[in-house]
Design a protein around this ligand. Structure first.
Ligand code: MG
Length: 203
């Protein structure tokens, strides 16, 4: 399986990092070794001193697809979950300055904790889902999928032009504002609506 991810998909987050609003989705990938499941702890790596949390809705692909049309994209995913797109902001900033790829900054070991999956059918409208992140019991990030610049269906159609989508692939759909650093000892709790789906520690 592969992990595909969208950067800069919420206007308020683009502003906080002073990035440009993209005309097309900004795409990056993470290797499967980035995944953490079952609320396993995240071990803070020694090569970064500025790991940021980015809480995101994630979708799971359920059908192989290439050049999927947006109108049919809803048939290609069946599950919704919550993920943290951990980002080594110091390494990313260095890469950005030099115009170099973000592979390490975004794809290092453990950089993609994901929750259990919820059935898509549980949601009345996929583009109106509330989600949030607390760090040490303090609300840090709050988002709603209606505020995405590129909808989930559009993202699936867009990605499938370049990458054949396969069952089990995961797409991170972008983070709202409020990203910030984590530290050893922090407890992260992530919610979709009022349901707690993530609860793990930084070690
Ligand atoms: Mg992100």
């Amino acid at each position: 399986m592969k992990i595909l991810a969208i950067g800069r998909n919420y206007g308020d987050h683009i502003k906080e990092l002073e990035n440009e609003r993209p005309d097309e989705p900004v795409i990056f990938t993470k290797p499967d070794t980035a995944i953490l499941k079952n609320n396993e702890p995240f071990y803070y790596p020694s090569y970064s001193h500025d790991i940021h949390h980015e809480v995101e809705l994630v979708v799971r692909i359920c059908k192989e697809g290439k050049f999927v049309q947006a109108a049919h994209a809803h048939k290609y995913y069946d599950k919704i979950g919550l993920g943290i797109d951990f980002t080594a902001r110091d390494l990313q900033s260095k890469a950005k300055e030099k115009g170099l790829p973000w592979a390490i900054a975004k794809g290092f070991n453990g950089s993609a904790p994901i929750s259990n999956w919820l059935d898509k059918s549980e949601f009345e409208n996929i583009q109106n889902i509330n989600f949030s992140l607390k760090v040490n019991d303090q609300l840090k990030q709050e988002g709603n999928s209606s505020l995405m610049l590129f909808s989930i269906d559009y993202i699936i159609a867009y990605l499938s032009q370049f990458f054949t989508l396969k069952t089990g692939d995961i797409i991170f759909t972008g983070t709202p504002k409020g990203v910030g650093p984590v530290a050893i000892g922090d407890r992260l709790e992530g919610y979709i609506e009022n349901q707690k789906l993530l609860d793990f520690e930084v070690k």
